[in-house]
Design a protein around this ligand. Structure first.
Ligand SMILES: *Cc1c(COP(=O)(O)O)cnc(C)c1O
Length: 494
């Protein structure tokens, strides 16, 4: 198996090189040159989460040995997860909430970011890389904390997370500022998420800066969802949840289902697309956006257009206008890296691109729609009234769009909805939706406790007493001083 760049199919890398590099040298994303196929669905039914992970990772990371991958998987999926199956499935009539938030940081990103550090360490060893790896991550909240937890105390690797000082929730901020670990660094940026993201991207493409780092024995890498080492572990839970439905006799093996995914950077739903290409009987991939509905418009019209207002919503992890992983889908549907390259250039120069009609027809696997803020609130309230199930704001976006899809299409196949965050991570919005009232007199931490008491739910232990934790990071920089913050960190001056 080789990995090729979406912008130049001649540019090749081994799986371990792709994991270390994160992004291809031409700015493209790595994708597998062939998508491996599942031989026999039946053989997967009885596997537990770790066994299945091992099987799927083996298909994609072919320059790792069985023993190596086994070590990665078993170290990643230990009792850090509050569900012994890593994920869990909650039935609400013909929809099943696939809870992906039982890891340390209460969002789905824990699942891939628990295994990525082990994959990266082994990749460095395989490629005789003796430099220190420094992971740079820009975050709007969830990725940063999950990456910090994943890479905490991993030898030979340092991690630096940049987040917008006033652009994350109180819970997310405290989660990051109280981060423990010898090798973790957190820096607040005076600016918004785009400033943080652009600053990081700039460092990756600044040759002089990278040479300076090499002199100090340092190479940069990424923990964002552009890294193939994050995408592949996400394929596993779609297959696992399908098999669980078979074991629970909710479906028979071979039956088609639909999946619904609350989408931002298009990473999670793309993993579902790969599961389908591998042979999992998924019919529709339901792509749910919040009011930043660039993807809804793209699936509807074939035009990707970011010339619009950036809206701050109650599902902040999906507040995004440039969905990086869509580039991988563009390659998979066109198989033309020159064309993808042109689209990406047009996006950079003109903030839009339009795909050809014959390629738009290939988006038939996807249904795209969005939920307004009012619809999110109503969805949280309705699912609680009907099923006594409390879901978070991101999951509610997906629920709304899936219900609308069923109503419009008459398609009554069962739907697995990716439930991407614990309601406690966005307790204020969830509590307000359930109570239908303003609760301005309480802070986020008080609302966590109120949600717990009034709805009889246990506060997950990673955020218990979060507000009382010591603040261990207090560095602030601007988008102009990010490089010097990185250099200082590397020299251990922070
Ligand atoms: C990151 C995130 C998403 C969006 O996932 P993508 O892979 O970026 O599409 C949705 N919900 C939550 C809670 C997240 O943290």
């Amino acid at each position: 198996m080789q990995y090729i760049s979406t912008r130049n199919s001649e540019l090749k890398a081994t799986p371990s090189e792709a994991i270390i590099n994160g992004l291809a040298d031409d700015g493209g994303l790595y994708i597998p040159n062939i998508v491996p196929k599942i031989n026999e669905l039946k053989e997967l039914v009885s596997l537990d989460y770790k066994q299945l992970s091992l099987k799927i990772l083996q298909m994609y990371f072919t320059d790792f040995t069985y023993e190596e991958l086994k070590e990665c998987v078993y170290k990643a999926y230990d009792d850090k997860f509050r569900s012994h199956e890593v994920v869990s499935l909650k039935k609400c009539s013909d929809m099943y909430f696939l809870e992906l938030f039982h890891g340390q940081t209460l969002a789905f990103k824990d699942i891939a970011l628990s295994v990525l550090p082990y994959l990266m360490k082994l990749s460095a060893k395989k490629n005789d890389l003796h430099d220190e790896i420094v992971i740079l991550t820009a975050t709007s909240g969830d990725t940063g904390k999950a990456a910090l937890e994943g890479f905490k105390n991993v030898e030979g690797i340092k991690i630096i997370v940049f987040f917008p000082k006033n652009g994350v929730s109180e819970v997310q901020k405290m989660q990051m500022l109280s981060q423990e670990g010898e090798n973790t660094n957190v820096v607040m940026i005076d600016g918004n998420f785009d400033d943080a993201q652009n600053g990081v991207k700039q460092m990756f493409t600044d040759k002089k800066f990278k040479e300076k780092l090499v002199e100090q024995g340092v190479v940069l890498s990424s923990a964002n969802s552009i890294n193939i080492g994050r995408l592949v572990p996400q394929i596993v839970y779609y297959i696992y949840s399908y098999m669980k439905l078979v074991r629970d006799k909710e479906i028979s093996i071979g039956d088609s289902i639909n999946i619904g995914v609350p989408t931002g950077n298009f990473g999670n739903i793309l993993a579902g697309y790969y599961a389908k290409k591998m042979g999992l009987p998924i019919d529709k991939l339901i792509c749910a956006s919040n009011e930043n509905k660039v993807l809804t418009d793209f699936i509807g019209t074939g035009i990707y257009d970011t010339k619009r207002e950036f809206i701050v919503t109650s599902s902040p992890s999906m507040d995004i206008l440039v969905s990086s992983n869509l580039e991988r889908l563009l390659y998979e549907t066109t198989k033309d890296s020159k064309l993808v390259s042109r689209y990406m250039k047009s996006l950079k120069d003109n903030n839009e691109y339009k795909i050809e009609d014959n390629h738009k027809n290939k988006l038939i696997d996807f249904y795209g729609d969005f939920a307004s803020e009012v619809e999110v609130t109503k969805a949280i309230d309705k699912v609680y009234r009907d099923h006594k199930y409390v879901m978070d704001t991101h999951t509610a976006v997906a629920y709304h769009v899936c219900a609308k899809y069923q109503e419009q299409s008459g398609d009554n196949k069962k739907i697995i909805i990716a439930s991407t965050a614990s309601p406690f991570k966005f307790a204020g919005s969830v509590y307000r939706a359930l109570k239908k009232e303003e609760v301005a007199e309480y802070n986020e931490f008080e609302l966590i406790n109120k949600l717990s008491k009034e709805y009889n739910l246990k506060v997950p232990y990673p955020i218990r007493d979060l507000e009382k934790k010591d603040i261990l990071h207090n560095l602030t920089c601007t988008n102009k001083t990010m490089k010097s913050a990185v250099l200082k960190t590397i020299k251990g001056q922070m």
